[in-house]
Design a protein around this ligand. Structure first.
Ligand code: DHB
Ligand code: FE
Length: 300
């Protein structure tokens, strides 16, 4: 059977991708940020997954005001890095996993989450920057990413956006879906975006270190309580783009210490038998306009 063994959480600032693509990672401004991912690149090599289920948000690149899916699962065989205005990033194309993606779509929709199925989609910095941070520089032609990726896009750009609670519950459904796939696959689930940042308006440039770190503490130790954080708290405390953090709750909800159903004694007992280990935690300001947070959790 397929199994989720670990979750990875990271911010996705586009300037990080540009710093890597332009060979600036050792400049004074960027060096401390990239140092925070040295452990992670080695961890990826030592713990290579068969598939990454990558929760991210599109920034009006693949989607637009013409069509705004709340949750969209990529079922394609391949995804091309998007042109975001300065040309597409020079990184490899992203190979998909249509068979597992279709299985997850079927299972999650039958668990009452209405997903949009996407058979063709370009992927922007929301997806490519986390891959670059975790896997290092890659030649667009000679190299490839370490494994297939299932992109899962969440609308956190155009209101109304989904709540943290709904994202957390969706994570539980995704775990159930993965665990019912009949091939032995080691799956990692990634939650990306965040942490505090606001890109426009009177509060542009907002960073809230204390709130970010308290949120991280709670997301690790008591994810069900963290999932109850109301939408408006993210916007007030972490800025308008801080709402990207709800995507982390999808990945956290898919870890095995979280019961599928709090009212079911069997699920509660099963979840209590599990714990997660924090393999790596990193927080850094500044990176463009955004506070960068990063976490690796493993299922025990
Ligand atoms: C920045 C951060 C984002 O999350 C994004 O999508 C675009 C820009 C920034 O900090 O510059
Ligand atoms: Fe963003």
């Amino acid at each position: 059977m397929a199994k989720i063994t670990a979750s990875v959480f990271t911010s996705h600032v586009p300037a990080i991708g540009a710093a890597m693509d332009l060979g600036k990672t050792q400049e004074d401004y960027w060096k401390p940020l990239f140092a925070g991912y040295d452990f992670s690149k080695q961890w990826m090599k030592d713990n290579k997954p068969d598939v990454i289920f990558l929760v991210f948000n599109d920034h009006a690149t693949a989607f637009s005001l013409d069509m705004i899916p709340t949750f969209a699962i990529g079922t394609a065989a391949e995804y091309t890095p998007a042109d975001e205005g300065f040309g597409p990033r020079p990184v490899p194309k992203v190979k998909g996993h249509p068979d597992l993606a279709s299985h997850i779509a079927h299972s999650v929709i039958q668990q009452d989450f209405d997903l949009t199925i996407v058979n063709k989609m370009d992927v922007d910095h929301g997806l490519t920057v986390p891959l670059s941070l975790m896997c290092g520089e890659k030649d667009p032609v000679k190299d490839s990413w370490p494994c297939p990726v299932i992109p899962f896009a969440v609308n956190v750009v155009q209101y109304p956006v989904p709540s943290g609670q709904r994202c957390f519950n969706l994570g539980k459904a995704i775990r159930k879906a993965v665990e019912s796939y009949d091939k032995d696959l080691n799956v990692h689930i990634w939650g990306t975006g965040g942490m505090s940042h606001q890109l426009q308006g009177a509060r542009a440039g907002l960073i809230n270190r204390a709130w970010d770190n308290a949120w991280l503490d709670q997301m690790i130790a008591d994810p069900a309580a963290c999932a109850a954080t109301p939408h408006i708290d993210y916007v007030r405390e972490a800025g308008s783009e801080g709402i990207e953090l709800v995507m982390w709750l999808i990945a956290r909800g898919a870890m095995s210490d979280v019961p599928y159903n709090d009212k079911d004694a069997t699920d509660l007992i099963a979840a209590r038998a599990h714990s997660v280990s924090v393999k790596h935690r990193f927080y850094h300001v500044p990176a463009s306009n955004t506070a960068v947070g990063h976490l690796i959790l493993e299922n025990n």
